[in-house]
Design a protein around this ligand. Sequence first.
Ligand code: SF4
Length: 238
Amino acid sequence: MNGKIHSFESFGTVDGPGIRFVVFLQGCPLRCKYCHNPDTWGAGGEEYSAETVVSRALKYRNYFGEQGGVTVTGGEPLVQIDFVTELFTLLKAQGVHTCVDTSGFTFNAATEAKHKKLLEVTDLFLLDIKHIDDEKCKALTGQSNANTLAFAKFLSDNGKAMWIRQVLVPNMTDNEADLRKTRAFIETLQTVERVEVLPYHTLGVSKYEKLGMKYPLEGVQAPSKEKVLFAKRILRGE
Ligand code: SF4
């Protein structure tokens, strides 16, 4: 089947272990205020078959080494979960490490079976917890965090490795009590291999300008190194 793809990155180093071929899928139901990829939100993108993406990715196989492989991100890649499952099935047949960067938003009772199928061909999930407080999550992303937290539990219950990620935005996601609440949630999970704090940055501003959109976090600065370290220590339980 075909997937709608925004773009590719040949030598990704920040979306999973090792050097990775990164596939940015088109479409996202969230509207995170700090999003630096607003161009992936809507319809559009170019159509590629799963086979075409596999042959593109395999050109970089020699760079993957022991740890690298292919990551799908976006946008929210699991809006196209059937395509991702087909893509990963083909990649696993080639022995390639597979990783999904997701908010977990698409997970619910009706879609659980599809997610279970995806788990079978996915080595690692990078799960973004946008905000542990549901009301603040809605204010930040336009959506509840319920599916995300349920998906984290689902991954854990199914023995699937995950890295938890959180974007640190000054005055929005750096509240100490909320960070401690997130840590308490992480401690309920059995399969968390790593916790990453991603400092908010303003690199997306020009994309908003190009799209003629108002930048939602006008004037918000990147967090200080100290704040990032502080958040890391709490979220990692150090
Ligand atoms: S989930 Fe990702 S792509 Fe979607 S709005 Fe949030 S940051 Fe942007």
